[in-house]
Design a protein around this ligand. Structure first.
Ligand code: 18C
Length: 253
């Protein structure tokens, strides 16, 4: 089900194609289902709480593959005054991205597969002395209704894919990402009439997970310390941005 607010529009630069039953539909379904299964798993041995601030808890598991740090990261947060739909809308829609992402030089949609699934090419900021990273990934937004009574779960998944419009060009290094943002909306002390729900009654419980392979060697300690600082920073900035954007707008359930 596609919500009007989530329909994408892209600049008509002749470099974007649109098609309906798309070639990555199976891949999208598989990865979405994996995230939905994984999100219910409890934090177990091996996960370290690396940052805690208010309601936000950031966990990380230290993992290396062929000497490259690929630490899975998981953040739990709870934000009063917004819905899961609002959080996912602002995360997915490219029009807002450069307003809250501080680690990007650029972002561009290179293909629209469906109104809820697009392919991005992004150039990340260079962190000296490592080579500059870029990324190419499909990005999918979805609403999942669990029952008539409960608020739906909203999620966004960003998953690396190759694309002919985004060849890997040295000296840039292609990073590999599998990121999901999964949001539930809680209504506290629900008023009898649904129309009377105010922002003070709503709360979004979110889980953000990231599996990122930097695509080439970077010094482990430096990478871990940048990641430890940047992920909480991103989530704080992004959620404040959504609060600011939605404060005076009608609630988007
Ligand atoms: O999920 C986020 N954003 C989405 C929309 O853009 C999308 C992004 C996916 C890619 C995430 C990968 C991030 C790695 C970027 C490397 C370069 C970062 C530059 C850092 C600048 C200080 O899903 C939000 C993503 C929030 C990302 C937080 C940054 C994490 C930093 C990771 C460490 C990189 C270290 C590079 C080498 C350092 C060694 C000296």
């Amino acid at each position: 089900k596609i919500n009007d607010a989530a329909v994408v529009s892209t600049p008509n630069d002749g470099n974007t194609s649109v098609n309906r039953k798309h070639r990555l539909a199976y891949d999208v379904e598989r990865v979405v289902q994996e995230h939905l299964t994984y999100v219910r798993e409890e934090i177990s041995d091996g996960w370290d709480l690396i940052h805690q601030e208010g309601e936000m808890k950031v966990y990380r598991r230290e993992v290396e593959e062929n000497g490259i740090v690929v630490d899975p990261l998981k953040i739990f947060h709870s934000i009063k005054g917004v819905t899961g739909h609002e959080i996912c809308h602002y995360f997915w829609d490219y029009r807002y991205r450069m307003e809250w992402e501080t680690t990007l030089d650029s972002t561009k949609i290179i293909e629209v597969l469906e109104p809820d699934t697009v392919i991005f090419f992004q150039m990340h900021k260079r962190v000296w002395p490592a080579a500059q990273r870029d990324s190419c990934f499909w990005s999918h937004i979805r609403c999942i209704s669990n029952s008539e009574e409960d608020q739906p779960t909203w999620l966004v998944v960003n998953y690396t894919t190759p694309h002919h419009l985004a060849p890997i060009k040295s000296p840039h290094v292609r990073l590999v990402a599998n990121v999901a943002l999964i949001c539930e909306t809680i209504i506290n002390e629900p008023p009898l009439n649904i129309q009377d729900i105010k922002r003070e009654n709503i709360e979004c419980k979110l889980t953000y997970v990231a599996f990122v392979n930097p695509g080439g060697w970077v010094p482990s300690a430096a990478l871990r310390s940048v990641a430890k600082r940047e992920y909480p920073r991103f989530l704080k900035r992004f959620t404040s941005y959504v609060l600011e954007q939605t404060r005076d707008k009608p609630i988007l359930f």
